[in-house]
Design a protein around this ligand. Structure first.
Ligand SMILES: [Zn+2]
Length: 67
């Protein structure tokens, strides 16, 4: 199971997704952690840590995939 963290700096928001979530783009473009983008993690613990460390004020779990 892979977990995805989508960081949107411009919206001050980060969201946790499970693998195969329909909102994950098919071409995952990894951008700079401080700029934002999609980041994959091998387990939920690391994904949650990344979510916390993102520094965004709005952190939530995706309502579509419900991790
Ligand atoms: Zn999702």
């Amino acid at each position: 199971m892979v977990y995805w963290v989508h960081i949107a700096r411009q919206n001050d928001r980060a969201m946790l997704h499970q693998d195969r979530c329909p909102s994950i783009p098919s071409n995952n473009i990894t951008t700079d952690f401080w700029e934002g983008g999609w980041f994959d993690y091998p387990d939920k613990e690391r994904a949650l840590t990344a979510l916390e460390l993102s520094g965004t004020s709005d952190q939530r779990k995706c309502p579509l995939c419900k991790p």
